[in-house]
Design a protein around this ligand. Structure first.
Ligand SMILES: [Zn+2]
Length: 300
């Protein structure tokens, strides 16, 4: 592969190593984050209950004041009633007193309801606060227990970052843009290795999506430095270490379609000719049966 593709593979490997380390930190801290959210939710709920309690207490205080004011007014009216000059005036005070009493009763009824709510709220708050304390303790224990683990994982991430940055700096800008875009889209899996599922056939597939690729994809990647994208999943294709030209390019079954870079003559040419096969009969030749079949055809 050319320098761009080689740099891309190095970036891909460094980037994946960094992503994996980040994934390990995320997995290790997942339970702590869940617990943190639980504590936060409980705190919010508690604060809501406390606010409602304060509002109810204010309402209760206002109603209490209202009742006291009416009591005082009733007291005053009774005094005035005692000094009424005539029955008409006496009756007028009586009506006023009764109206105050009705309003006082209404306020008292309301105050009772509010006080019930206040008491209920206080119980709820007490229970919730105790529950919250328990969850907070649990969170602190979890944090204490994993403090070392997190520090180790964070150090690992920081240790991998320079290699990733260095590898990125070695990739030409245009290829880097393509890489970053694909890495974002495929959670880091921007590249996909070629594979040759059947070693006897010159057929390649994209290992990410398992789609068949055109036969000359190997040679294009091997001989040139262009970015080649999988036509199906659009990842950048590359040749993995385990697929060197001698393993990738078929020399036995496709003599007519000789791939570029193959040395003419040698093994391929020898197998084409039955006579040559018989003449040479090299001991390391494994396809004895094939050679025999070919020889019969050659005679006929
Ligand atoms: Zn693909």
């Amino acid at each position: 592969m050319g320098p761009t593709n080689i740099a891309l593979v190095q970036l891909y490997q460094a980037d994946m190593a960094l992503r994996e380390a980040q994934g390990r930190l995320e997995a290790a801290t997942k339970n702590v984050r869940i617990q943190e959210r639980r504590v936060r939710d409980l705190e919010q709920k508690l604060s809501g209950l406390q606010q409602a309690l304060r509002e109810h207490q204010t309402q209760a205080a206002q109603l209490e004041l209202d009742i006291k004011t009416r009591d005082a007014r009733i007291e005053r009216l009774r005094g005035q009633q005692q000094t009424a000059k005539n029955n008409k005036e006496y009756q007028a005070f009586l009506v006023e007193i009764n109206t105050e009493k009705v309003d006082r009763a209404k306020a008292e009824e309301q105050a009772l309801k509010i006080m019930e709510q206040v008491e209920r709220g206080q119980v709820e708050i007490k229970e919730l606060a105790a529950h919250l304390e328990g969850e907070k303790t649990k969170l602190q224990t979890m944090k204490d227990q994993m403090g070392d683990t997190v520090a180790t994982l964070q150090a690992e991430i920081e240790g991998l970052r320079p290699a990733r940055n260095e590898a990125a700096a070695a990739v030409p800008a245009k290829a880097l843009t393509a890489f970053e875009r694909l890495a974002d889209r495929f959670e880091g899996e921007a590249l996909s290795a070629l594979s040759k599922p059947d070693r006897r056939r010159e057929e390649y597939v994209c290992t990410a999506c398992m789609m068949d690729l055109v036969t000359d994809v190997y040679n294009k990647l091997h001989m040139r430095d262009d970015l080649i994208f999988c036509p199906s999943c659009h990842r950048i294709l590359y040749i993995p270490d385990e697929l060197p030209p001698e393993a990738a390019v078929n020399k036995k079954k496709t003599p007519r379609e000789k791939p570029a870079g193959d040395v003419p003559g040698a093994t391929t040419r020898r197998q084409e000719s039955a006579v040559d096969v018989l003449k040479s009969m090299t001991p390391e030749e494994p396809e004895v049966q094939n050679a025999a079949e070919t020889s019969e055809e050659g005679h006929g």
